[in-house]
Design a protein around this ligand. Structure first.
Ligand SMILES: NC(=O)c1ccc[n+]([C@@H]2O[C@H](COP(=O)([O-])OP(=O)(O)OC[C@H]3O[C@@H](n4cnc5c(N)ncnc54)[C@H](OP(=O)(O)O)[C@@H]3O)[C@@H](O)[C@H]2O)c1
Length: 342
């Protein structure tokens, strides 16, 4: 297992993080997975055995059950808290009240207490605001996160699904005030969805922030079990929940190319899709999802799959995004401005 620095911190996390969205099967989350405690504990144990030290959950997953099950698994496995880097999130609706949602000071302070209880721990390593709140001023959110860090409830602050401009605005505010800054962004990225390479990846490099990738298989679509024109295997999440949105023509072109690479290495298409993401230098950790131990083992093994430069180039070419303004103009106008000696 490779370990990468988490953003601009002294903490190292495994390049594969275990996602726990398949735990619990509560409410609408049943569509994603419905693992019960014994299976969830087994998956966590197996991931740790393979060198994973990083787990991701959220207060909304299975209406709190995912967090509860992660906390219980820690107890069942007798884990030392400091051996795990634990990430969770707040923002999504957790009650009927008008303030039971969002990134306001009040909701963040309430949500963190409830997460700590469910997780049976007294601190969270990485606390992520799950989504962009168009209402709460970013200054309010950042100062609430800083309070949690100062109180020792949270070690590092982070966000998920935020725009590049808003992250820079948040970090500039934190820098001027000497507050905790955002260390990572959790965002969707896969061979079939490379949109964040346009604005977000350069922003992360500028901010010395880490990228945690969610849905690297586009919800299972890129695992190799789907073919163009077919609905996919019964029970697979993607057959009933078409998320994240993907340009299907491009995705199936990628899958066709990945099938050839997979055959050359005698591995699954899922492993190739994950290895391609893992090979990107701006990726800190890839959050894998699994409903079975077999899927988990397959995905963990992606960490050992070395794609050749030719294979990466081929997969890059087949998945290239169409040129978009200002990207095509930036490329034209900066051709003579390459860093290095003159
Ligand atoms: N921040 C956010 O907004 C956000 C959003 C989504 C997810 N996340 C995080 O990211 C994690 C991973 O997301 P995800 O579950 O969508 O990831 P994903 O890797 O895109 O999809 C995982 C699903 O694909 C299928 N699968 C996985 N490995 C497979 C294999 N080797 N062979 C065949 N099928 C396989 C399984 O579903 P089926 O068997 O049903 O096909 C599995 O549940 C979550 O647990 C969560 O922690 C965050």
């Amino acid at each position: 297992m490779r370990y990468n620095q988490l953003g601009n911190t002294g903490l190292y996390v495994s390049s594969i993080c275990l996602g726990t969205m398949t735990f619990g099967g509560q409410g609408l989350w049943k569509m994603v997975g419905n693992l019960e405690q014994p299976s969830a504990t087994k998956l966590i144990g197996r991931a740790l055995e393979a060198g994973v030290n990083f787990l991701d959950t959220a207060d909304v997953y299975s209406e709190g059950r995912s967090e509860q099950m992660v906390g219980q698994a820690f107890k069942d496995l007798g884990l030392k808290r400091s051996d795990i880097v634990l990430a969770t999130k707040c923002y999504g609706r957790v009650g009927r009240g008008v303030n039971d949602i969002g990134a306001s000071r009040g909701h963040i302070l309430d949500a963190v207490e409830r997460s700590l209880e469910r997780l049976k721990t007294n601190y969270i390593d990485l606390y992520q605001i799950h989504a962009n709140d168009p209402i709460t001023p970013v200054e309010e959110t950042m100062s609430a996160l800083d309070d949690l860090v100062r109180r020792g409830l949270v070690r590092y602050a982070a966000v998920s699904n935020w725009q590049a401009w808003k992250i820079v605005k948040a970090n500039e505010f934190a820098r001027h005030r000497g507050l905790a800054r955002l260390e990572t962004l959790q965002a969707y990225y896969s061979i079939a969805g490379r949109d964040l390479e346009r604005e977000i990846a350069p922003m992360l490099a500028d901010q010395k922030m880490g990228l945690l990738v969610w849905s690297p298989l586009a919800g299972g679509l890129l695992s190799g079990k789907f073919s163009a024109g077919s609905t996919g295997p019964e029970g697979a999440r993607r057959t009933q929940f078409d998320f994240p949105p993907v340009d299907k023509d491009r995705a199936f072109r990628c899958i066709a190319a990945m099938r050839e690479v997979a055959a050359a290495h005698a591995v699954s298409v899922a492993r190739v899709a994950l290895a391609w993401v893992l090979a990107k230098p701006f990726v800190t950790s890839v959050i894998i999802g699994a409903k079975t131990e077999e899927q988990l083992n397959d995905n963990l093994a992606a960490g050992e799959l070395e794609l050749t430069q030719d294979e990466i180039t081929r997969l890059d070419d087949v998945s290239t995004l169409p040129a978009e303004y200002p990207g095509w103009m930036l490329a034209r106008q900066s051709s003579e401005r390459v860093p290095g000696p003159r």
